[in-house]
Write a protein that binds this ligand. Structure first.
Ligand SMILES: NC(=O)C1=CN([C@@H]2O[C@H](COP(=O)(O)OP(=O)(O)OC[C@H]3O[C@@H](n4cnc5c(N)ncnc54)[C@H](OP(=O)(O)O)[C@@H]3O)[C@@H](O)[C@H]2O)C=CC1
Ligand SMILES: CCCCCCCCCCCCCCCC(=O)[C@@H](N)CO
Length: 308
């Protein structure tokens, strides 16, 4: 029955010879993705703000793969700049909206400016990209009759709220609503939407974040094992190529995906089976995690009051 029910239908999305456009491709997970896609023979374009870091990335990718990537300097908050970058790059087969910013802080202490900044880049930036890329992507899938992909970089903090991540989690949860609705709208064009959910990943961004991340944020985030950018990139590319809607990256992520499967699209009958069977058990495991997190927060707050 599940083989009949699962939608959208499973797909194979080839990368070789196709145009893969990656935002935030100059650092961390984006750079690892760009390198892996170039290695698989894709034509890769990367976009970010800082021109020097883009050139460094281009040189690093050439050294690692022998391939030359296209670089585009733009801020994803600037819709016009995003549109002209996509114009210059040409029609895209695989759009990876990976750019993102994160500063962990209790809402009470975080400036609204910083909240707005995260929402503008992580959420609105993704809207700008998809709006600008979609018309040419649709035309291209009609022309080539090959399936295309729009992949969005979320985070495990986009599956569960975490102390210190009110703004960041909100910006990432919002991407789920965008992705689910978008999948309805592009399914008939053979475009597959993917949401990628990494845990803490060793990147320049994480090094920065850790300098001022609240202790409780780190304790809770440590419930999920950390990863290397290259491993996240491999998981992401494998998921994109199979047209998976939800792409977990580690074991805890696989459990989170089952616990939060709700009404998400699912193209794999096998994973659908695990979701149906695992739902009750995973809800129980989730309650254990929540109990542990709330206990940790209570104890931490009690201790820190005593010491003044
Ligand atoms: N590292 C982690 O622990 C995790 C990261 N993620 C997500 O993965 C993605 C990548 O993270 P990571 O590799 O750590 O990040 P990095 O900080 O290492 O890299 C971020 C990239 O995004 C670009 N970028 C940032 N802001 C903008 C902007 N306004 N316009 C265009 N490009 C921009 C940066 O370039 P420039 O600054 O030059 O513009 C850079 O290339 C993010 O979406 C993040 O939320 C998810 C889970 C865990
Ligand atoms: C049902 C079972 C549940 C199983 C385990 C749940 C573990 C959840 C941990 C949440 C970790 C959030 C990390 C965010 C990383 C990130 O995005 C920042 N580094 C910014 O980039």
């Amino acid at each position: 029955a599940l083989a009949f029910l699962t939608r959208p239908r499973a797909a194979r999305i080839p990368l070789k010879g196709r145009h893969v456009f990656i935002t935030g491709g100059s650092s961390g997970i984006g750079l690892a993705l760009a390198t892996a896609a170039a290695r698989e023979g894709a034509r890769v374009s990367i976009l970010a703000r800082n021109a020097a870091r883009l050139e460094d990335a281009r040189a690093a990718i050439r050294l690692a793969t022998g391939q030359d990537v296209g670089v585009h300097q733009a801020d994803v908050r600037d819709a016009a700049a995003v549109a002209s970058a996509l114009d210059a790059a040409g029609p895209v087969d695989v759009l990876v909206c990976n750019h993102g910013v994160f500063v962990a802080q209790e809402l009470e202490k975080q400036d609204m400016e910083e909240v707005k900044w995260m929402v503008d880049i992580n959420l609105m930036g993704t809207f700008h990209l998809i709006k600008a890329a979609l018309p040419a992507m649709k035309a291209r899938t009609r022309e080539t009759s090959l399936p295309a992909s729009i992949a969005i970089m979320s985070s495990q903090a986009g599956q569960v709220g975490v102390y210190g991540y009110t703004a960041y989690s909100a910006s990432k949860f919002a991407l789920t609503g965008l992705a689910e609705s978008l999948q309805h709208e592009v399914v008939s064009d053979d475009i597959h939407v993917s949401l990628i959910f990494p845990p803490d990943t060793e990147t320049p961004g994480l090094v920065e974040e850790k300098k001022k991340r609240p202790e409780l944020t780190t304790i809770i985030a440590d419930s999920s094992g950390g990863m290397k950018a290259d491993d996240v990139a491999m998981k992401a590319l494998t998921g994109i190529k199979s047209g998976r809607f939800i792409i977990p990256c580690n074991f805890e992520g696989a459990m989170l995906a089952i616990a939060t499967s709700g009404l998400t699209p699912q193209s794999s009958p096998l994973i659908a089976f695990v979701e149906v069977i695992g739902a009750g058990l995973m809800r129980f495991v989730a309650l254990c995690f929540q109990w542990n997190w709330f206990s940790t927060i209570e104890n931490w707050c009690a201790k820190n009051k005593k010491h003044g």
